[in-house]
Design a protein around this ligand. Sequence first.
Ligand SMILES: [Zn+2]
Ligand SMILES: [Zn+2]
Length: 260
Amino acid sequence: MRITVLGKSPAWQDAGGACSGYLVEGSRGGETTRLLVDCGNGVFGKLRERVDYAAVDAVVVSHLHADHFLDLVPYAYALAYAPRRAPAPVPGRPRLLAPPGARETLRRVTGAWGSDDLVERAFDVCEYDPSDVLEIGTLKIRFHSVPHFVPTWAIEVRDADGGRFTYGADCRPCDELVAFARGTDLLMVEATLAHPEHAEPRGHLTPREAGEHARRAGARRLVVTHFPDELGERWVMEEARLGFGREHVEIAREGATFIV
Ligand SMILES: [Zn+2]
Ligand SMILES: [Zn+2]
């Protein structure tokens, strides 16, 4: 399984960057499955630099914050109106695995300019039941609730060989992510903050807290993501090392790939 960082910015993009989006590709025999995990603002253009957007099997969304779903809008426009498709509808629409309640939220967003069903026309929309295990081609997807400002699900992608990639989405310090990620091959954890928030409830992690979650989970590898470029990679990495208790910490840079 190969994971490519399309965007790793927090809710505001890095200079030239994109918000959350990770392309996960799994192969077995001659079959390749392409899964886009989150589709925040800026991600669609980055996806297009890598693969044909019509060749993505499914998009899975962790939660309904703009930096994790907003580029579903241009993605839907492309599927609906791209010149090579017009005027026929897109055959074999990609699946959109979205959190419970997403259909209504997406209708409200695109309904603001009168295009209520834009996303539903472009994608085969499925509001996932977080207790289900979903199969997309050669990949299996599981979910686990993590505490954040809105209902949010950490996502595990398992490939045909049993390799596990665990994506923590956004969360405050918690036991839920630790339990879900127990023994995972690669844990990707957000590190939005320079300092813990003073206001309760908290919603995000610092790089050191990200490392602590990976240590407690016994993750084999840690990739730190969702931090603003203003924090500086060096500081983020040093803090994550302290939390993880190991020297080897990896950083999500746009275009970086991780093989699990
Ligand atoms: Zn976020
Ligand atoms: Zn969020």
